[in-house]
Design a protein around this ligand. Structure first.
Ligand SMILES: [Zn+2]
Ligand SMILES: [Zn+2]
Length: 159
């Protein structure tokens, strides 16, 4: 038995229990837009449609369906998250933006979602509103590989 818990899906240094699980389980609500974004990424990794619906801003939620979410999970394996920058979205703010790149494989093809997401603070919690899709980023040779192997890009998937 290993005594070292694996780090959270969202790429933080903490274990899942000490990180996104607190939010996914409903024990706590994410204190910042970044924490909410990370927890939603973890929910995609774990294919948890209920959390993804619950964390959508209510007007947006009215247009989303569980069925569409379940369909979006099929065949997609989320590999790694890289949070690029955050604007506001802290305690006391009413809105925030988080830019991230999320790497995935679909049918063995690698892909990337580079998005600037908008969040609002309503009824004492953060919600995801929507986002702008941006052109893919390139990782530098010494960054962790997009595939989630934990190796540097130059030692892994650098073509
Ligand atoms: Zn996490
Ligand atoms: Zn790799």
């Amino acid at each position: 038995m290993s005594s070292v818990a694996p780090t959270c899906h969202c790429g933080s240094e903490s274990s899942f229990i000490d990180c996104c699980d607190r939010y996914l389980s409903g024990a706590e609500s994410a204190p910042t837009a970044e924490a909410l974004m990370r927890s939603r990424y973890s929910a995609f990794c774990l294919r948890n449609p209920d959390y993804l619906l619950a964390t959508l801003q209510k007007d947006i939620r009215a247009k989303e369906t569980r069925k569409a979410l379940l369909k979006s999970f099929a065949g997609t394996q989320w590999r790694q998250l890289k949070v690029i920058r955050c604007q506001r979205g802290l305690l006391g703010d009413k809105a925030g933006e988080v830019e991230f790149a999320a790497f995935f494989t679909q049918d063995d093809e690698g892909g990337q979602l580079h998005e600037r997401s908008r969040f609002v603070f309503e009824d004492e919690r953060w919600f995801y509103v929507d986002g702008d899709i941006l052109p893919p980023i390139s990782l530098s040779r010494n960054e962790p590989c997009w595939c989630g192997s934990g190796r540097k890009l130059k030692k892994c998937h650098l073509a």
